[in-house]
Design a protein around this ligand. Structure first.
Ligand code: C5P
Length: 301
């Protein structure tokens, strides 16, 4: 395909994810802290007269109408009443169903890419609205800041403005996809209806304070929280093994990202992260994907 536009679709980690309650629409009210990282899918867009064609270098990716890239393209076509088409190719780098927002980021990047390719000039607030309809995490990937607080379903994003540090992390993804929906359903089953879901524990302000102070890595480690972690471990016990391994090999703080199963460990700098990653590659399961990642400060715009 002769592509005319190439964009990166970066992944995210959740440094904090607190469940505040169940909502009448079946979703959960959240307070979360997103971090964009430099692990990214690569999307190429080319115009075609009609229809949306999606191809991928990863054969296990479903490229039909259920794919969020195709949904994002179709919703843009419908909203703008256009018949122009596009051929989209994705080089998949972000583990699928890993809790890293890969599909959501692909969707956001498709909105940005086709808005440009088709010269639609959709204003940011309209793109944000479409993004929120596509998925709870999609709006985060539209905004240029590397860190943002997500509220509501996660779609109400408040970017963290100002100078913020780049974090170095080791990311370990076992080869077991976990469905976000099933992890939330399991969370519900282990909590009685009407029960107060707000577990006591650290508040998001601890993470924010630690981020703005250097970062203060031990403060950040203390502030890490993910209320979905116990349920994800129940479904996928290897998460616990990975967490132990990251801790044993020197990570300062360790947490499940999103609904998992990917786990990350905080490191002091690049050399420290490389050292931890090498040790885990040497001692852990060869089926684990072990990556050194850092905060992606610049957006894809
Ligand atoms: O919004 P998204 O389609 O990414 O969500 C996937 C699933 O995760 C939802 O169908 C829902 O079951 C669950 N979810 C939730 N509360 C949220 C976000 C997601 O229950 N805030």
């Amino acid at each position: 395909m002769t592509s005319v536009l190439h964009l990166q679709a970066p992944a995210k980690l959740n440094l904090y994810l607190r469940i505040l309650g169940r909502r009448p629409d079946g979703y959960h009210e959240l307070e979360t802290l997103f971090e964009r990282i430099d692990l990214a899918d690569e999307l190429a867009f080319a115009p075609q007269p009609h229809g949306i064609t999606l191809t991928c270098d990863e054969p296990s990716l479903e490229c039909g109408p259920e794919n969020l890239i195709v949904k994002a393209a179709s919703v843009l076509q419908r909203t703008c009443g256009i018949t122009q088409g596009a051929a989209i190719h994705v080089r998949k780098r972000v583990p699928i169903a890993g809790g890293l927002g890969g599909g959501s980021s692909d969707a956001a990047t498709t909105l940005i890419g086709l808005n440009r390719l088709w010269n639609l000039q959709m204003p940011p607030d309209r793109l944000h609205q479409l993004a929120a309809e596509l998925g709870s995490d999609v709006p985060f990937f539209l905004q240029p800041e590397a860190f943002a607080i997500g509220r509501g379903r996660g779609e109400l994003c408040e970017p963290l403005i100002g100078a913020l540090p780049e974090l170095w992390q080791v990311l370990v993804a076992p080869p077991v996809p976990l469905s976000t929906k099933s992890v939330y359903e399991g969370f519900d089953r282990s909590h009685r209806t009407g029960e107060d879901l707000t577990e006591p524990g650290v508040s998001i302000s601890m993470c924010l304070h630690a981020l703005r102070n250097g970062p203060d890595l031990s403060g950040l480690a203390t502030g890490l929280r993910n209320d979905l972690q116990p349920e994800a471990i129940r479904r996928c016990p290897v998460i616990e093994e990975i967490g132990d391994s990251l801790r044993r090999h020197g990570c300062v703080g360790v947490l499940l990202s999103g609904s998992g199963p990917s786990v990350f460990g905080l490191c002091a700098d690049e050399a420290h992260a490389q050292q931890v990653a090498d040790r885990i590659r040497a001692t852990g399961s060869s089926s684990w994907k072990v990556l050194v990642v850092k905060t992606m400060s610049h957006g894809h715009q």
